[in-house]
Design a protein. Structure first.
Length: 503
């Protein structure tokens, strides 16, 4: 089972050993004996984590296998965590568990999981796996990261801020494509984000204390023009984000929003002017904000979650209350569902359904691991898997088919920044090597879609590669000829005369 079989060969029938081979997408005939539960368990138990993930992908595309697994999957295989409850069986549960587990292991490739007092250096994915996340080595540990939110997940940029500049890398091949010289960021960058078209990068400097400075700098990614700077009168800034791209380029679409103190601002991305502003009438100041559509923004303030409509004078369109103070949110799925995810001041994860306005506690850290409250800094949720950063602890959770903790890592000396974009998570780590002697800062990009991207090679690149290979072959031949010439002993005149004297 070292290499996965093509999709049409994935109908295992060890009990009947039927010679019938189903076609792509077909359903097995009623007369074909099904694989027994024991047979499926033996097959799946032999697979590595890589193979389980690839099998899950193939199963999704083959309806004939849906009834084959049925309810036989039980969460007892060595490759999947043992915490899965018994009610997680069935094909859907198997696929969700395989997807969540694989995504968690990809993250642990970047930040090794912690088990008690020991650090597990290597995840369950094999070292030669093509599914391991890509990375780019950087000169210094980035203090902030940003990923594009392009509709095509392979377009746009990865931005890494360190020192007095921001390095830009192409999203498809992670090759450097430019740098932005920062102005007025003596203490580094606190946060940054891309506009929907990736043409503008918004940067917020950080102060000596590490807090966000109440100003934003707008840099063009395609030229080296001076940034457009917007300063706010509020003493603090909670967060920034760009409104999503709408069907047209008119109105508020693609403007920047900033949550400062008790005020929410809409800023023109082209001129830096404050277009509109709204005031919270009472309660706590903002702690986070996230754009969820071309005209809507979601904010956190104490225990309150608010949905703002920038087209209206009132601003707030809807609000909901959570049992705990919330400090981080992920509203990435709000465009396709009514659910958002919240991290609270104690490091726990909540889920809010806007249809009912009710929030439920999904998971909280064990008291033995977190004796004191640790506020959540970042929540990233994608495809039934959650990544939660609270204090210096990064926890991976499966949300589907049920809530399961997949592992955690102490990132106090490993992680300096993290970000999410279109079907990707990025982590700025101190080292991607197991040996400290070869440790180098790097940015690791985890593709949450599970896809392995292979950039298209242009004809110019192919010609250049062919010329390079041809030149290399010529140089090798010249070197060999030179070596052979040096190894031969030249014939002397005396010996030649001796050979000819007998004639």
């Amino acid at each position: 089972m070292s290499g996965m079989l093509p999709e049409q060969e994935l109908l295992f029938l060890p009990a009947a050993r039927s010679a019938i081979t189903p076609t792509r997408g077909s359903v097995a005939s009623a007369g074909v004996t099904k694989c027994t539960d024991e047979g499926w368990e033996k097959i799946l138990a032999l697979l590595s984590l890589d193979e389980i993930a690839r099998l899950a992908s193939a199963l999704c595309a083959n309806r004939g296998l849906t009834a084959e697994i049925g309810a036989c999957w039980q969460p007892s295989f060595n490759q999947l965590p043992s915490q899965w409850p018994k009610g997680s069986g069935g094909l859907r549960g198997f696929l969700a568990a395989a997807r969540s587990t694989t995504l968690a292991e990809l993250v642990f490739c970047a930040v090794p999981r912690t088990l008690g007092d020991d650090v597990v250096a290597e995840p369950k994915l094999s070292a030669a796996s093509s599914r391991r996340p890509r990375s780019v080595v950087v000169a210094a540990a980035p203090c902030a990261l940003a990923l594009s939110h392009e509709r095509n997940e392979w377009e746009g940029y990865l931005a890494a801020a360190s020192g007095k500049e921001v390095k830009l890398y192409r999203r498809d091949d992670l090759k450097g494509c430019g740098a932005i010289a920062l102005q007025g960021c003596k203490e580094g960058v606190g946060t940054m984000c891309f506009s929907p078209d990736s043409g503008t990068l918004a940067v917020v400097p950080r102060s000596e204390s590490g807090a966000l400075v109440p100003s934003v700098q707008l840099y063009a990614t395609e030229d080296k023009a001076k940034p457009v700077v917007t300063k706010f009168k509020s003493p603090s800034l909670a967060g920034i984000d760009f409104l999503h791209a709408g069907p047209s380029r008119t109105g508020a679409s693609e403007d920047l929003v900033a949550a400062c103190g008790m005020e929410l601002f809409q800023v023109s991305a082209s001129t830096g002017e404050i277009v509109k502003s709204w005031q919270r009438k009472e309660g706590s100041p903002f702690s986070a904000c996230s754009a969820v559509s071309p005209f809507e923004v979601m904010t956190l303030a104490g225990r309150t979650v608010e949905l703002w409509d920038v087209r209206t004078a009132a601003g707030v369109a809807k609000s909901a209350e959570v049992a705990e103070v919330v400090t981080a949110l992920d509203a990435g799925s709000f465009g396709s569902s009514s659910l958002i995810y919240l991290g609270d001041a104690r490091g726990a994860l909540h889920r809010l359904d806007w249809r009912t306005g009710a929030a439920e506690l999904l998971w909280s850290p064990a008291e033995t691991r977190a004796p004191r409250a640790r506020p959540s800094h970042k929540v990233m949720v994608d495809r039934g898997c959650a990544c939660l950063l609270a204090g210096s602890t990064l926890t991976m959770l499966a949300l589907d088919p049920c809530i399961v903790e997949l592992g955690w890592a102490d990132v106090s000396e490993q992680l300096s920044a993290m970000a999410f974009g279109s079907s990707a998570w990025a982590f700025a780590v101190q080292s991607t090597a197991a040996s400290a002697k070869t440790a180098q800062p790097a940015v690791v990009v985890v593709e949450t879609s599970g896809k392995v991207h292979r950039p298209k090679v242009s004809e110019e690149d192919l010609e250049a590669a062919a010329k390079k290979a041809e030149q290399k072959e010529k140089n090798t031949k010249k070197k060999q000829e030179k070596t052979e010439t040096k190894g031969k002993k030249p014939s002397s005149g005396k010996s030649a005369h001796g050979r000819n004297s007998g004639r």
